[in-house]
Design a protein around this ligand. Structure first.
Ligand code: ADE
Length: 248
């Protein structure tokens, strides 16, 4: 998986991915990350990448010239004409784990980090294949949003996370929030780990985890249950706890 980022702050990416799972994956060559300085594609002596908006209004807009030149350069140099071009913007579709799984099947992703009041709409119309938001709030630019996407996609690249099972139970991958987890000690400040988890009964543990994932999802994110893959037993369990959770 190769990430190609167009940004006015390429050095932000060096710092962010030195540590952790993504840092290791970069070191091992499982993923690559090229942060391209958008200003190097500017077409004037001042290396400008923004301009005033037609029709008036506050703030500046990212000009189409440097963005088109940057994306064309990346596509030609890496021979990736058909790769997705993702614009990080609060106007985009809110990113979820299904989107992340789809992005993880690609070999290359081109990410455009918006700044200022946004980008000239011709960039969106002609260059961009996906517009992505990471949530209903406004950041000062798309850099942090693209780092979120890079991190989440990288975890799904084969070999990046220790064992494949450790991403399979993630929240959202199952369509549900994750069940509660515990490590040692078995008793901490008077709080004991649920007996079932230390019982060694693997099928009972799996059943308990499924039920706790359902309970947590029902309480915190009932909207997810509309799309989750539920068995008859799951539905019966949800019905049986609905009354108690409604009163919470
Ligand atoms: N740029 C500014 N805010 C953003 C958001 N919420 N998601 C993606 N890109 C952004």
């Amino acid at each position: 998986m190769n990430f190609h980022v167009l940004t006015i702050f390429p050095s932000m990416f060096d710092e962010a991915f030195q540590e952790g799972v993504v840092g290791k994956a970069l070191g091992r060559g499982l993923i690559t990350l090229n942060a391209h300085d958008l200003r190097s594609f500017a077409q004037d002596h001042h290396r400008s990448v923004d301009d005033y908006t037609f029709g008036g209004g506050p703030g500046m807009l990212m000009s189409p010239g440097p963005l088109f030149a940057g994306v064309e350069h990346i596509k030609e140099s890496y021979e990736i004409q058909d790769s997705p071009v993702v614009l990080l913007t609060p106007q985009g579709k809110t990113l979820n784990q299904v989107d992340i799984e789809q992005f993880s099947t690609k070999s290359d992703l081109i990410l455009i980090c918006g700044r200022y009041e946004g980008v000239d709409d011709r960039v969106r119309q002609e260059l961009v294949t996906h517009e992505v938001s990471i949530g209903d709030y406004v950041l000062s630019g798309g850099e942090l949003a693209s780092m979120v996407l890079i991190d989440a996609v990288s975890r799904l690249v084969h070999g990046v996370v220790g064992s494949i099972e450790s991403t399979q139970d993630d929240s959202f991958t199952t369509g549900l929030l994750q069940f509660p987890q515990y490590t040692r000690p078995a008793e901490f400040r008077g709080h004991k780990v649920p007996d079932i988890l230390v019982s060694g009964h693997h099928s009972e543990i799996a059943k308990w985890r499924r039920r706790e994932a359902l309970r947590r999802t029902l309480i915190r994110r009932p909207d997810l249950l509309d799309y989750a893959d539920l068995t008859t037993e799951d539905r019966e369990f949800i019905d049986s706890i609905s009354d108690e959770t409604l009163s919470i």
